[in-house]
Design a protein around this ligand. Structure first.
Ligand code: C2E
Ligand code: MG
Ligand code: MG
Ligand code: MG
Length: 293
């Protein structure tokens, strides 16, 4: 009630800045029905090994096609869903849907057993019994726990580090993998990261974008790779769009990449076609990845 009144008051007193606020309200109410109206869809973006050039996994990325607003980017609607709590229902649906899909691909024998990565927002990460929800999605789909990777950003930890570490441990006990998403955008230090049972670090695309031109970002990406190696974690770079970027990353022994160079996120059917075609990233031109440690 109070929240409702507050919103109305805001709308009433701030008409001049209302384009944004009105869109937000409209999106919020449209999103409320999006799930049951079947407007949400999960797309899959391949993750490619810099060793073999093969697809080793995929990240599930949520898509929303609203009849009223058209295609709305997750960057816009996920934060809304976080604020009003809808992310819990939506996130559960994404996890269940993606697990079932990954299991189907396993059954079809597509790819070497592919690892499915699913994003968890801070709010989801803090929900009680998250590990039970994950366990249920695995059991219902029949996807092996080791084929599931949960991507978490630093924002999920900042409130209560000990609590977050405890939740990470519970998830790890299920047998799932954990990765730290958007690395470099927060404050994560070596000592901080080493306290968490991560399996992988994902270098944020903001550093990858101008990795060739910008020595600072090149240094950040390189030190992330060195850090991951020293902690014995896998390392993947996001947002790789050019061969030059892939070459740079491979030369510094980054394990894997994800980005438009290989493929954007695709609807399930298109992703399946891509796998069936056994498409690989041509890495012959790239320098060798060096000895793996
Ligand atoms: P993220 O988890 O860091 O996902 C990577 C984003 O980078 C995706 O944006 C992807 O489409 C985009 N991307 C991949 N390769 C390239 C590239 O080469 N160039 C560029 N410019 N972009 C690339 P998207 O799908 O718009 O998602 C944005 C964010 O929304 C995600 O960032 C994630 O934080 C969140 N998100 C998406 N789906 C879900 C979901 O199911 N649950 C939750 N909690 N968050 C989600
Ligand atoms: Mg992610
Ligand atoms: Mg990311
Ligand atoms: Mg992101």
């Amino acid at each position: 009630r109070a929240k409702q009144a507050g919103r109305n008051t805001f709308r009433f007193y701030a008409p001049e800045m209302n384009a944004d606020a009105a869109r937000r309200l409209g999106l919020e109410s449209a999103l409320r029905d999006a799930l049951k109206n079947g407007e949400l869809d999960v797309h899959y973006q391949p993750q490619v090994s810099l060793d073999s050039g093969r697809v080793i996994g995929m990240e599930a990325l949520l898509r929303w096609h609203s009849p009223q607003f058209g295609t709305v980017s997750p960057g816009e609607f996920i934060p809304l869903a976080e604020d009003n709590g809808m992310i819990l229902a939506i996130g559960e649906w994404v996890l269940a849907t993606a697990c079932r899909q990954a299991r189907r691909w396993h059954d079809l024998g597509l790819g070497a057993p592919l690892r499915l990565a699913v994003n968890l927002s801070a709010r989801q990460f803090r929900q009680a019994n998250l590990e039970q929800l994950v366990a249920r999605c695995l059991a219902d789909s029949g996807l092996p726990a080791s084929a599931l990777e949960l991507e978490i950003t630093e924002s999920a930890f900042i409130d209560d580090v000990d609590e977050a570490i405890a939740m990470c441990r519970k998830l790890k006990q299920l047998g799932v993998k954990l990765s730290l998403d958007d690395f470099g955008t927060g404050y994560s230090s070596l000592s901080y990261v080493s306290r968490f049972p991560f399996d992988k670090i994902k270098i944020d695309q903001s550093f990858v974008r101008d990795i060739i031109e910008n020595p600072v970002n090149a240094a950040i990406a390189t030190s992330a790779i060195v850090m991951a190696r020293s902690l014995n974690l896998a390392i993947l770079a996001e947002g790789v769009e050019t061969e030059a970027q892939a070459r740079f990353l491979r030369g510094r022994r980054c394990d894997a990449i994800q980005g438009f160079l290989f493929s954007p996120a695709l609807p399930a059917a298109a992703f399946e076609q891509l796998l069936a075609g056994r498409t690989t990233l041509p890495i012959a031109d790239l320098p060798s990845a060096g000895k793996q440690t």
